[in-house]
Write a protein that binds this ligand. Sequence first.
Ligand code: ADP
Ligand code: ADP
Length: 224
Amino acid sequence: MKLVIDNLSKTYPNGVRALTNVSLRLTNGLFGLLGPNGAGKSSLMRTIATLQEADTGRIFLDDLDVLTNKTEVRQLLGYLPQDFGVYPTLSAERLLDHIAQVKGVGNKTERRALVEALLAQVNLFADRKKQLGTFSGGMKQRFGIAQALIGDPKLIIVDEPTAGLDPTERNRFYNLLSSLGDNTIVILSTHIVEDVSTLCSRFAIISRGEVLYSGEPGEAIKAL
Ligand code: ADP
Ligand code: ADP
């Protein structure tokens, strides 16, 4: 897969200019979007996820014009917003089964197999019957990845997933994310340099709505 973002700009109705001529090219693997709070990361990700409009610019996922084909894009997309909500009294397996049902995945037996495989993949199989309200921050983020993986997405967008995780949880999350990238574009937004240096094959630095750098982490990361 290839994601091409071409000259994207966005000013909110209150006059805040969140994105200015953002152009990026992404291929399969983990791509880090690094920038401080307020840089425009969420605005860019919501636009790619077809949840908000841009003023100018275009986005292509292979040959698909993203901004004018929302339904098709959403079928190819796993999107995990910052502070995504869970239903605290539902068990992990119950909520995943419900989401799979909404997304039209198979019959009851097939969904059960999928849900158990996903929970094993994110290392929550033993916790599958626990209420989501009892999950730690790290467990919740890993659960979010399982949720985003339903429907076999080709593009996965994760907004600030490691913020607030302790080092152990962060490492578990790194292991999980690095297992995803081969046939999928994974975009990870973060303000944590270590997320990029540990995980990402390519990254961009975004500040005040503008891309300041885009390339491989190597030397650029050491300079930060
Ligand atoms: P980041 O995700 O990097 O923290 P955001 O994309 O959330 O950055 O925000 C970029 C800028 O746009 C900030 O100044 C933010 O306050 C502003 N902003 C974000 N969403 C909206 C909105 N819906 N309406 C107005 N301004 C917004
Ligand atoms: P963050 O900067 O932490 O990434 P988000 O961009 O996710 O925050 O914003 C959370 C919510 O608040 C979103 O619905 C966004 O549209 C809205 N929002 C953010 N900044 C502003 C702002 N300056 N004015 C109005 N709404 C905003």
